[in-house]
Design a protein around this ligand. Structure first.
Ligand SMILES: Nc1ncnc2c1ncn2[C@@H]1O[C@H](COP(=O)(O)OP(=O)(O)OP(=O)(O)O)[C@@H](O)[C@H]1O
Length: 228
């Protein structure tokens, strides 16, 4: 289980606000973090990753990541982080990007097979599409077998076809490895299909927490809208 109780003063475009998040996450849960622009979603992920300071406590499976007098550095947190802009090493090929994390060749091959990237494993990442780059980022994040996978709008730079493909890959990998996941997303349809639980952040506070059925309303056969 992951226990979070964090507090941070934010300087927003519309003045000061406090990020106050108290939350328990069960092992293996897939959470979609939604909310308006500037509500604090990215900051929350960055605090969890140790990239931003905050007051409070973070305990991950009984390991203290943040607490009284203690702040575990990002590299010691068992975390995978996927950004909107891929953040791959451009001078390396696909496989090298994975093996940079650790040298488990069998795991790299398995992940590349699962995401249908095997035939690109020796291709330089500069020469592959955005959707393929994001699949490489996903594989690279899983090379660490992290306790927590954080994704900051992983689908938003992709065209609709690629978005659906990546969504399927994310779901497949989540089901296989069962890694506790938090995905920031503005995409209600992707959140509906991927998440077990949706959290809505507003001005730094969680204003809704429930299943996709409780938080999203189906407005057509394929489109969902936030109820809050
Ligand atoms: N380190 C920081 N210290 C203080 N304030 C910050 C810090 N980082 C971000 N902020 C402010 O906190 C607010 C929330 O930013 P954040 O990027 O977390 O929002 P968001 O919900 O992810 O928005 P978006 O959906 O547009 O990406 C912003 O107004 C930002 O200026």
């Amino acid at each position: 289980m992951i226990e979070i109780d964090i507090h941070k003063r934010l300087h927003g475009a519309h003045g000061e606000m406090n990020l106050d998040v108290t939350l328990e996450i069960q092992k293996g849960e897939f959470i979609a973090l939604m909310g308006e622009s500037g509500s604090g979603k990215t900051t929350l992920l960055r605090v969890l990753a140790g990239l931003e300071n905050a007051e409070g406590d973070i305990n991950v499976e009984d390991v203290v990541w943040l607490g009284d007098q203690k702040k575990l550095p990002p590299q010691q947190r068992e975390i995978g982080f996927i950004f909107q802009d891929y953040a791959l090493f451009d001078h390396m090929n696909v496989e090298e990007n994975l093996l940079f994390v650790n040298d488990d060749k069998a795991l790299a091959q398995r992940l590349l097979e699962m995401t249908e990237l095997s035939r690109l494993s020796h291709r330089n990442v500069k020469g592959i599409s955005g959707g393929q780059k994001q699949r490489v980022s996903l594989c690279r994040a899983l090379m660490k077998q992290p306790k927590l996978l954080l994704m900051d709008e992983p689908l938003s730079a992709l065209d609709p076809k690629m978005r659906i493909k990546l969504q399927d890959e994310i779901l497949k990998l989540h089901k296989t490895f069962g890694i506790t996941t938090i995905m920031v997303s503005h995409d209600t349809d992707a959140s509906y299909h991927l998440a077990d639980r949706i959290l809505v952040l507003d001005h730094g506070k969680i204003i809704a927490d429930g299943t996709p059925e409780e938080i999203l309303c189906k407005t057509s056969t394929v489109t969902y809208t936030l109820l809050v």
